[in-house]
Design a protein around this ligand. Structure first.
Ligand code: VGL
Length: 208
């Protein structure tokens, strides 16, 4: 049985280190929980949001954010975030060097794309990032997921990995932080309904 630990978007852009971008409360506090989770696994994957600064969904202020868009591959407005070459693109302190991961995914690279899940670049789920294919090629049977943010990219990544019916999917909440308590709660319910194992921490994972 091969287990992969997946660090979903643990980037400074989603932490208080980048208050102008998309700061998730305590988003910079999950490195040790992600490292501990990786001890359960033989493979460790990093996913990163990688967006151009002038994408179609970019707005100038936080007040203009979360407005619905009727574009095929961008559903909401966001401020610019996770732009390669900026500080926000970097991983949070305390994680391994990017080159020490077994596999690294960049997602959402084109200006018309704003995906959440790490398996596809687009919302229509036609343009694969290769994550599922890589996990299958490496005979992974179980994935343990942590990262940012619980209610967006972690949730969508977990649902995508669950729906391809190739893996047992576990979400470790101790290694996640989310944007809003209401949407975090809804995300957990949605993941559980889909058959994903959502655990509060590693101790619960050991008991599973
Ligand atoms: C995310 C909002 C916008 C995330 C990405 O990584 O959860 N959230 N873009």
């Amino acid at each position: 049985m091969t287990i992969a630990a997946i660090d979903v978007d643990p980037q400074r852009t989603f932490s208080p280190l980048c208050p102008e971008e998309l700061p998730v409360p305590e988003g910079d506090q999950i490195a040790s929980a992600l490292n501990a989770q990786a001890e359960f696994a033989t493979l460790r994957v990093l996913t990163k949001d990688a967006h151009p600064a002038s994408a179609v969904w970019v707005v100038d202020s936080h007040e203009q954010m979360l407005k619905p868009l009727s574009l095929p591959n961008a559903d909401l407005t966001w401020v610019a975030h996770a732009v390669p070459g900026t500080d926000g693109f970097k991983t949070i302190p305390g994680l391994p060097a990017v080159t020490d991961y077994d596999h690294v995914i960049w997602k959402g690279i084109e200006p018309d794309l704003h995906p959440y899940g790490a398996c596809y670049h687009d919302l229509q789920e036609k343009l694969s990032t290769g994550l599922i294919e890589w996990l299958v090629a490496n005979q992974v049977s179980t994935v343990i997921i942590g990262g940012l943010a619980t209610d967006y990219c972690v949730k969508t990544t977990a649902l995508q990995l669950q729906s391809c019916q190739q893996f047992r999917v576990i979400v470790n909440l101790a290694a996640c932080r989310g944007i809003d308590p209401d949407t975090i709660e809804k995300a957990c319910a949605e993941m559980q309904t889909a058959g994903i194992t959502v655990v509060p921490n590693l101790e619960a994972l050991r008991a599973n």
